[in-house]
Write a protein that binds this ligand. Structure first.
Ligand code: GTP
Ligand code: MG
Length: 262
């Protein structure tokens, strides 16, 4: 059913996130209108999606519906990637692949992030840590892509949607709390990574100072916030939804975000 190679001219969105977040379920929902049963993914999967007619793409706002370009602009490519820790090279490869990348959708299971689910007070859950580590690495890759580009123009803006999924579950954190939890945990990940590099002597210059290259966001020692990513042209938004439950899920805010990037 799926084409292996799709026309590269279509705007593309990359679907990334930990295993079990619901990436493939979201892909089947957006493609068919209802989610199909999934297995954990072992390879990337690209499908062509057409925006529902009630979500007009931002660039179509002033075009009439009969305009043929309006049709074209509502189509895009969605690239699903496996979330398993050993298969993340597929996602990294897509980040640098020559394509018309319009944005990144980082899907997380919002019901698997609460910090008390590990049982030990003060320690964070493995779900939160995994989600923050993976997101840290993706954002760092985008930051490096920006800082390594020598041309004055640099890569264009990279919008990142953090899609807080599984809002149908009562244990799910609301989107503002997902944002706060991920920012706090990325702050910890960043410190841990820096300390690891320090201990090994890697990542320091001759004077023993920490190299800024592998430090995500602001150079300071304070808290990491997604806002800091705007310095490197990465705009992060966090929006809640659910793929399963309700009539065809609750994905309106995500559709709206996608249509704004088209
Ligand atoms: P990998 O392929 O391993 O990276 O995982 P994935 O992110 O593709 O997860 P997948 O789409 O396979 O979904 C994992 C499970 O979560 C499935 O059983 C889905 O039915 C379930 N799921 C996805 N979205 C939701 C949701 O919004 N609510 C609930 N309750 N379950 C969901
Ligand atoms: Mg999958």
């Amino acid at each position: 059913i799926y084409r292996k190679t799709a026309p590269t001219s279509l705007p593309a969105f990359l679907l990334i996130g930990p295993s079990g977040a619901g990436k493939t379920a979201l892909l089947t929902l957006l493609e068919r209108g209802n989610p199909s049963p999934t297995h954990t993914s072992q390879a990337p999967l690209s499908v062509e999606i057409t925006l529902p007619s009630d979500t007009a793409a931002a660039s179509n706002k002033y075009r009439s519906a009969s305009d043929p370009t309006a049709q074209k602009n509502s189509r895009f490519l969605l690239i699903d990637t496996p979330g398993h820790g050993k298969l993340r090279h597929f996602a990294s490869a897509q980040l640098v692949a020559p394509q018309n990348l319009k944005g990144i959708i980082y899907l997380v299971d919002a019901a698997n992030l609460s910090s008390d689910s590990a049982g030990v007070s003060g320690s964070s859950s493995s779900g939160l840590t995994e989600a923050a580590e993976y997101l840290h690495d993706i954002l760092l890759a985008l930051q490096k892509r920006y800082t390594n580009t020598k041309t004055s123009k640099g890569p264009g803006e990279t919008p990142v949607l953090i899609a807080a999924n599984k809002m149908d579950l009562f244990t799910a954190l609301p989107a503002p709390l997902v944002k706060a939890a991920l920012e706090a945990e990325i702050t910890r990940v960043r410190d841990t990574r820096a300390k690891g590099l320090l201990d090994s002597g890697i990542g320091m210059d001759e004077d023993g100072d920490r190299e800024e290259r592998d430090w995500l966001g602001d150079g300071g020692e304070g808290k990491f916030t997604f806002k800091q990513m705007e310095e490197v042209n990465v705009v992060v938004e966090v929006k809640g939804g659910n793929v399963v439950g309700g009539q065809g899920g609750e994905v309106g805010e995500w559709w709206e975000w996608i249509s704004r990037q088209l």
